[in-house]
Design a protein around this ligand. Structure first.
Ligand code: GLC
Length: 751
């Protein structure tokens, strides 16, 4: 999505220039418009109704006496995007219309770079327009295609690969010359300002409907391109492809369905969060605010933890994929591009620890202990020089390989590097990438990382013990104990935990600081690691609530006050405007850890209240809220601004790791549903005003209908479980793929 874009990514929310357009023209009246609000909003226009669903977007519009419905989706099993435009003549006269498709080829990272190299041609066999960029050596031989066809044979289909011809001199996308010509010239080849434009004409009888379909895609070679164009030619083929998209998503998203007293909660959990995780984070790795294309080492390892029920196979696959990006020394590529393997080696201090973290979660959830024995190669590459913080190093698979267990052990061993307070070194950043100047000298330490390291060491010690690796188990327990002690001795600030120590020993996240006096992740992970003593954890959460939760603004801040003039300079976080992104906005990822920490404390009221506070759907519940939040309410935004002039404004939507954490916070945290080996457990932490909830779980061909009741209105109770009328001894419900429908009843009782 970054190095081989078919059409442009503008990242320009002001002018929002389209790179793919479908045009309509009334050949008698001479008017040109688009069935989408850009680039030509029809003059006599009624509303444009735009619906986004799992796997598709639909635009509906009536103008010029024509009803227009445009449905856009990507085929499930082929690299083809389908745009189906359905036109219906609403009037009493036959209509002569022109339909044109226009697209700007990129075939690389940016059009300005690739434009001189793009070669277009018309394929005589299929009529499709082909385009290739022989200069994109990372994707050799690829052929992009665009094809336009009508349900009935086109009266005339002409094309051009010449952007100047289609747009015309001194014109723009709002009034392209191409539609006013009787035909496009057929000019294609090299040396043009390239584009793909296809023009068709048709007559639409009164009351008649026609379907026009635009296919855009890219194939490995010409034969595949032809095959794809043929495969999706014809209304029936397209109908099937679109139906397959729907089935695909309904199957995945339908695995778990919940019904609670909060419909906005249900909508997020039942459709949108998991869709965001899979479509955007795991597969597309691209969105309007960032189109990276790379995997972030810590990023997708967190994302896949939301797939315990729906797609654990993808979690497994990704854990192994990530392990391949580890060097024998235990560190990893901080991010990498899958097509080329290119990535950066850094002094990031937490990224590699997410490998054992994710693997332990996956194995506990699925019982798939075979994962530990999978052999995975390491990556070979030069080490960083002593004065280097990071480098784009050439990295190739090495001949050396080891079990996943061993990969995880090396990751943990690599994390056993401590500073003057006995706390782990922060390197050039931990989870918060922007704090890259706290410890470049090799002495700065991180308190958050201390919690995260302890959580990993203690869990892994248990695993090592089970595997007969007693030496490792013992060593990790000892290390964990000493880090825990250091956290208590040097991490506590008096009313909350500090965040870090700079190279020179200055504390960060302390009452002594003017900026960033308190950072939420140093508090929440005290609870999430289970390593903070309860009384301190309580006090830390109390301070967090007072200083970082702003109910009136609907925000849970990452830290406060934001950085602006701090010395020592903590890193590029200080380059963000105060109150934006990591610099003291709501960083939603960390806000979810706050909710999980309350769940850890058994406070379901507070957890549900805060979930509701940051639920994006409620940020668009009234026109005033829409005017303030301004971004898509059906996905999570990575950040919400706290800067005084933009309080509550949504930031970077879609491409954020908070989607997976929000899903898990809702499902595993509040509703308490956890997959465990061959079954599941339910240990909810509910707001006391919920009488209960229901959920259905699909397991192969079997269905489990679960009803949870909370007659005593407890936040946390002891679950008493019956399955098909039989009371269980414990609370672990075994899942059996027997094609049956099972009734599970869970009643929460006082301990
Ligand atoms: C971005 C990064 C992620 C990091 C987070 C906080 O989302 O992709 O890796 O943990 O910011 O800095």
């Amino acid at each position: 999505s970054q190095q081989n874009r078919l059409t442009p990514w503008s990242n320009d929310p002001v002018s929002d220039p389209p790179g793919e357009v479908l045009y309509l023209r009334d050949e008698d009246a001479g008017a040109t418009w688009t069935p989408t609000p850009l680039p030509v909003r029809a003059a006599d226009a009624g509303p444009y109704v735009i619906a986004h669903g799992a796997g598709y977007t639909r635009y509906e519009h009536h103008s010029h006496g024509i009803a227009q419905t445009l449905l856009v989706a990507v085929a499930v099993d082929e690299p083809v995007k389908l745009a189906r435009l359905t036109l219906r003549n609403l009037g009493p006269q036959p209509r002569r219309l022109a339909v044109a498709a226009y697209l700007e080829w990129v075939l690389g990272a940016t059009r300005t770079q690739t434009q001189p190299f793009i070669v277009t041609e018309r394929d005589a066999e299929t009529g499709a327009l082909l385009a290739r960029n022989p200069y994109n050596t990372d994707y050799p031989g690829r052929i992009a295609f665009a094809a336009l066809w009508l349900e009935e044979e086109p009266l005339a289909l002409t094309v051009t690969g010449d952007r100047l011809e289609f747009i015309g001199r001194n014109r723009g996308l709002a009034n392209p010359a191409g539609l006013e010509r009787p035909a496009l010239s057929g000019r294609v080849g090299a040396g043009l300002d390239p584009c793909g434009a296809l023009l068709a004409r048709l007559i639409l009888a009164p009351g008649a409907t026609v379907e026009v379909v635009l296919l855009i895609g890219q194939a490995h070679d010409r034969d595949q391109a032809r095959r794809l164009v043929r495969r999706f030619r014809g209304p029936e083929q397209v109908r099937q492809a679109l139906a397959a998209v729907q089935t695909h998503w309904d199957t995945i998203l339908g695995t778990v369905q919940v019904q609670t007293p909060d419909p906005a909660f249900d909508l997020l959990l039942n459709r949108w969060l998991l869709y965001q995780v899979l479509a955007c984070r795991l597969w597309g790795r691209s969105a309007f605010y960032q189109s990276g294309g790379a995997y972030g080492f810590r990023d997708q390892l967190q994302d896949v933890l939301a797939l315990d029920f729906a797609r654990p196979d993808l979690a497994r696959q990704h854990i192994l994929r990530a392990a391949e990006r580890q060097f024998p020394e235990g560190d990893v590529q901080h991010w990498w591009h899958p097509a080329t393997g290119q990535g950066v080696r850094t002094r990031s201090s937490d990224d590699y620890l997410w490998l054992p973290y994710a693997a332990m979660h996956y194995v506990e959830a699925t019982g798939d202990t075979g994962l530990w024995n999978e052999a995975v190669p390491f990556l070979k590459g030069p080490r960083l020089e002593p004065d280097q913080q990071e480098a784009l190093v050439p990295a190739v698979p090495s001949a050396q390989s080891a079990s996943l267990y061993e990969h995880c052990r090396r990751a943990l061993d690599n994390g056993l590097r401590f500073g003057p307070h006995g706390l782990p070194l922060i390197g050039n950043g931990d989870w918060n990438d922007g704090m890259n100047r706290v410890g470049p000298g090799g002495r700065g330490e991180s308190i958050w990382l201390g919690w995260f390291l302890v959580a990993n060491l203690e869990r892994f010690a248990g695993l090592a013990g089970e595997r007969g690796d007693a030496g490792t188990a013992e060593r990790y327990r000892r290390q964990a104990a000493s880090v825990k002690e250091a956290l208590q001795t040097h991490g506590w600030d008096g009313a909350w935990y500090r965040r870090a120590y700079f190279d020179d020993g200055t504390p960060l996240g302390s009452a002594q600081n003017d900026e960033c006096q308190i950072d939420s992740i140093a508090q929440t992970w005290g609870l999430l690691s289970g390593a903070a003593p309860p009384e301190r954890a309580r006090q830390a959460m109390q301070s967090l609530a007072e200083r970082l939760v702003r109910p009136q603004d609907g925000l849970i801040l990452l830290l406060a006050p934001p950085f602006n003039q701090s010395k020592p300079n903590p890193g590029y976080i200080q380059g963000y405007v105060p109150g934006i992104r990591e610099n003291g906005g709501q960083y939603t990822h960390a806000a979810l850890w706050v909710i999980l920490a309350y769940i850890e404390q058994g406070d379901g009221d507070r957890a549900a209240e805060l979930f509701r506070l940051i639920n994006p759907i409620y940020h668009a519940a009234t026109p005033e809220a829409v005017a303030r939040y301004k971004v898509e309410p059906y996905v999570v935004a990575a950040d919400v601004y706290s800067h005084p002039s933009h309080v509550g404004r949504g930031g970077w939507t879609w491409y954020t790791g908070s989607a997976a954490w929000m899903y898990r916070t809702g499902l595993e945290g509040l509703l308490g549903l956890r997959r465990q080996g061959a079954g599941f457990t339910l240990d909810p932490c509910l707001p006391r005003d919920w009488p209960g909830f229901t959920l259905t779980l699909r397991h192969g061909r079997a269905r489990y209908h679960v009803t949870v009741t909370n007659p005593e209105r407890l936040s946390r109770g002891v679950p008493r479980v019956t399955v098909d009328g039989q009371e269980l001894a414990g609370s672990h419900v075994r899942l059996v793929d027997d094609g049956g429908a099972h009734r599970v009843h869970v009643e929460l009782r006082k301990a």
